[in-house]
Design a protein around this ligand. Structure first.
Ligand code: PHB
Ligand code: FE
Length: 335
């Protein structure tokens, strides 16, 4: 997803003589980093408000936002700052979905053409991610070099291509399966996952129409965390399995119903109201559990050890409008 986009779309300062980092401007927002923090500022009531996040958390969130093309709906970096995908354009907001900021008149939203925000966020990642830090990796599998003054970069990690599967990995011409030879060893926390592939026995004449692979083997070799990738496509139904460890770096606000199938281990989800951030539920999902996340919530997952999760997305065009107008209820089933 990391294309080279016109640098002319990016507004930035020279490198700071003390920290070595550049500062960036996107419309009314500014982004500054120091040894430990990312600081976002925006106009409110004739002044400028500032908001700090730990820079590791900020970069992990920004990496997901860029890699996912702003995802479905809202990507909250924390309870204050984030983006809302308008599909073609993107809202950047501060305090808008925090009832205290918004109620006090201190929130700010600005809409950008997608290439402008994408170029700016990519430029921030390129400048602020130091050598050795991988924003996609579990904390135990990367370094703390994210902190401190500017020290090199890690372009390979932030430009990792996200494999887009047309139907299923391993079908001739589609994305490849994972193995040692192609640089995908078994993750340290999935050493017990069986590695045998299913035997495929097709009726004569149907050899090219039947396919199967071991999803457990495939996921045991994922080198990233919290990065659902399209791995099975059936019309508008997208199976997006992913491996999770530590904290989902964003709080996702849904613009449609999305389903979770916990395939191994467990994840605890904090579920909040999408508009205000008020707490709504805590859900512990163990292997085999299935949940539908409604269209009116935001959620963040906690995975104490690496686990496997199937995220099932509905890519039917027009869904956000159907939910927003109330034509569809926010939950998928009436009991
Ligand atoms: C989600 O917001 O639903 C989500 C995002 C990333 C993941 C898992 C779930 O890895
Ligand atoms: Fe989600």
């Amino acid at each position: 997803m990391m294309n080279t986009l016109a640098p002319s779309l990016v507004v930035s300062s020279d490198a700071d003589p003390v920290t070595g980092y550049r500062a960036f401007t996107l419309g009314g927002f500014t982004f500054v980093r120091d040894d430990y923090f990312a600081t976002v500022s925006w106009p409110a009531k004739g002044e400028r408000l500032t908001h700090k996040m730990s820079v590791d958390a900020f970069l992990r969130a920004m990496m997901r936002d860029v890699a996912w093309g702003f995802f479905y709906g809202w990507v909250n970096f924390d309870g204050v700052f984030g983006t809302r995908n308008r599909y073609g354009t993107v809202d950047v907001f501060a305090g808008r979905y925090n009832e205290n900021y918004h109620g006090a008149g201190l929130s700010y939203v600005e809409n950008f053409d997608e290439p402008v925000i994408l170029s700016t966020f990519k430029a921030i990642l390129a400048d602020w991610v130091n050598a050795g830090f991988d924003p996609f990796a579990a904390p135990a599998e990367t370094t703390t070099s994210v902190f401190g003054p500017k020290n090199g970069d890690n372009i390979a990690a932030i430009e990792r291509t996200r494999l887009i599967t047309q139907r299923m990995p391993g079908i001739p011409g589609d994305s490849p399966l994972r193995d040692d030879e192609h640089g995908f060893p078994i993750n340290r926390q999935f050493a017990d996952v069986p590695q045998d592939e299913p035997e495929i026995i097709a009726e004569p004449g149907f050899e090219n129409e039947l396919h199967a692979f071991s999803l457990f083997k495939y996921l045991s070799r994922s080198d990233v965390t919290w990065n659902p990738s399209v791995t099975g496509v059936c019309q508008r139904s997208l199976a997006c399995p992913t491996t999770e460890e530590y904290l989902l770096p964003i709080i996702h606000g849904n613009d449609r119903v999305e389903w979770f199938v916990q395939l191994s281990d467990h994840i605890v989800w904090d579920v909040q109201d999408k508009e205000t951030g008020r707490p709504r539920a805590k859900i512990t999902m163990r292997a085999g559990d299935v949940a539908a996340m409604p269209a009116d919530i935001r959620h963040q997952g906690y995975s104490p050890k690496r686990s496997m999760l199937l995220v099932w997305e509905n890519a039917t065009p027009g869904l956000p409008e159907l939910y927003e107008s109330g034509k569809l209820p926010p939950y998928p089933i009436e009991f």
